[in-house]
Ligand binder design. Sequence first.
Ligand code: CP
Length: 322
Amino acid sequence: MKQFISVHDVNNISALVEKALEYKVNPFKDKLLGQNKRIGCLFLNPSMRTRLSTQIAAQNLGMEAIVFNVGSEGWALEFEEEAIMSGNKVEHVKDAAPIMGKYFDVLAIRTFPSLKNREDDYSELFINQFIKYAGIPIVSLESATLHPLQSFTDVITITETFKEKRKPKIVLTWAPHVKSLPQCVANSFSQWINAWDKADFVITHPEDYELDQKFTKGATITHNQDEALKDADYVYVKNWSTYTDYGKIYNNDPEWMLTNQKLTITNNAKVMHCLPVRRNVELSDEILDGPNSLVVQEASNRVWAAQAVLSEILNPHPLKGS
Ligand code: CP
């Protein structure tokens, strides 16, 4: 694997899931694979799970992980080509990225979208500039439009918990929130579940919250949450802001928050969320603290997802395609 930016960098999702689950059973089986290698983890934005799980994953493979909080501790980076840097941006990515490429063997980066200009955000300028100038493999720790390590984790979690010999019904439901949030997790989950192609996939959200069809194509989409939830095996809960009239909050109806009453429509569905979550706004206490919640198992699986991806990047013998 040359980079990990989206599901398109994975040639066999199921094999990568199996690899991650093997690491869950035996975390140190490849403890020499990353010996004398170093990963730089660059954070332009806050994180808890991604930051810690990536460091643990790297250390399990014998790699040294160095975290750099660029957003709060580094020089402000300019990403635009031919920028006249007379504002508050101090260093161009063209100068910074090649240096990081000399310091590290792998560079992992977290950025967020501005949510102000859709074309800019969806061009993925930040991560693409690192790919262009760093000269080493780049791993997305969440970009402007996608969160591939989270979505890979979600597929791992569904695989390890679904034991029936049929396709699970997976529902991605929009939920209310107090802030305008990126579409990354919803885009990425849709992209991975569609590419995995082992589930009946339904997306439900209020009118005006349509996601980019590039990611959702293949899923059934409905504005009727109750209809979507019927017989669901998994309900993935996530807020996102509007895509069409970009980055806005329109309808924020609290009725869209998942409750135990709503779960009665489902097939005793397991409930997932990437976290962090606003309790009793986005998801109710009774679900998060109840037996249907998978959120802790899901977050703990972030280690094995990151470890499988880093292993593939380090490994001279990659997994074969399906
Ligand atoms: N799910 C997730 O990415 O969590 P963090 O923002 O804490 O990394």
